[in-house]
Design a protein around this ligand. Structure first.
Ligand code: SAH
Length: 205
């Protein structure tokens, strides 16, 4: 996975590659899919949700240029795989998931893996987690129709946010940098995530 899917496609940040080589991805997928855990694709994790493709996890993480002192807000805990990668690269991950059952399972999993610098919330992540804001970094791992305003407010000045924007079929990753009093947007690669559902996202089906 590291050589064929990540390094060969241009992921060059050794810290990201090392983190992904150390985290046992098979622990984050349902038992019956364990043999596919390192395949070049997203996989179903139940409740209609997916664990992201390894390349997308690496790409988004690399774009964020995380430092060990950073506090990051993650929207869409899901399986917790991206959470584990972030936790090994920064000071604290504040991870928000709207499905209680999924969050609770993932909290147990990440605890068993010995990751202690993660805080969890079960709530609508389109509103962020204002109690701990501002964050040096924000990552959203579900597709949004447009940029949720509350998340922009919660990025620290000088900070960055990455998220997929688009319709329910296809999105584009967008990196946003918050300058003194303005935002600069960088459109990146195409991608496909499950929907970000909430007050500032898609309506629940
Ligand atoms: N990074 C995760 C991606 C999981 S899929 C992984 O690789 O496993 C996206 C997740 O976002 C799902 O678990 C979904 O329930 C969650 N989600 C969707 N809308 C949300 C919202 N408004 N707030 C928090 N989580 C949300």
């Amino acid at each position: 996975m590291i050589e064929d899917q990540l390094r060969r496609r241009g992921i060059g940040d050794d810290r990201v590659l090392r983190a992904m080589s150390e985290i046992p991805r098979e622990r984050f997928v349902p038992k019956e899919l364990a043999r596919m855990a390192y395949d070049d694709r997203a996989l179903e994790i139940g409740l209609g949700q997916t664990i992201s493709q390894p390349y997308i996890v690496a790409y988004m993480t690399e774009q964020l240029q995380l430092q060990p002192t950073h506090r990051i807000l993650e929207i869409g805990t899901g399986s917790g795989y991206q959470t584990a990668v972030l936790a090994s690269l920064c000071e604290t991950v504040y991870s928000v998931e709207c499905l209680p059952e999924l969050s609770e399972k993932t909290q147990v999993r990440l605890h068993q893996l010995g990751l202690t610098n993660i805080r969890y919330a079960i709530r609508d992540g389109t509103l962020g987690w204002p109690e701990h804001a501002p964050y040096e970094r924000i990552i959203v791992t579900a597709g949004a129709p447009d940029i949720p305003g509350p998340l922009l407010d919660q990025v620290q000045v000088g900070g960055k946010m990455i998220l997929p924007i688009g319709n329910h079929k296809a999105q584009q990753l967008v990196l946003i940098e918050k300058k003194d009093n303005r935002f600069v947007e960088f459109p990146l690669i195409g991608c496909r995530f499950v929907k970000l559902i909430g007050q500032r996202g898609w309506k629940a089906p």
